[in-house]
Design a protein. Sequence first.
Length: 221
Amino acid sequence: MKGSAKGGLPKKLKGFYESMYRLLGPQGWWPGRTRFEVIVGAILTQNTAWTNVKKAINNLRREKLLTPERLRGVEAKKLAAHIRPAGYFNIKAKRLKNFTEYLFRNYNGSLDRFLSHKNNGIRAELLGVNGIGPETADSILLYAGGHPEFVVDAYTKRMLTRHHVVKEDAGYDDMKTLFMENLPRDAKLFNEFHALIVKTGKDYCRTKAPACEECPLQNYL
């Protein structure tokens, strides 16, 4: 990872954050009315755009299924029909079911008990739930639980590689460690930083036709 040997990485990451925040402002992410809704959204957003997730969430809200008890009780086939807009609906219905079963089996369905656990133990448990990978687990912990776990996604990797912070073959854990070891372990900071990266990736640091001259990180190229 370039820059880390000279101790310049914390300064560079701070500069990234301040530049994005100055231009884009606070993002108010993750959008969700309840912690459980945030968790559901984190699972549904795998491999799809947030606009599609919103449609699925609205369907679940209309059917009054956005509680652990109600989601656990609905048939998988009906659940899949409600979340169809999010894509891969049969698979995601199973993943939602897997999570609620885990929640009831280990915490009697209590989000308070679940989210009050220390980061390391609860993260390892989440990664043991079929269908929940590192990005989803960290999204649940950070956005629903307020745990200081940095979330890495495709936008993050694109930004880091284009600015020569990591190489193309960098893995999830490598990039997460980069943020965790070079920033204060502050959930609020991690929340805003990741949200700003997503906004920058969508609007400026695009896969095709990136708007580099308008990007808040243009001075770091």
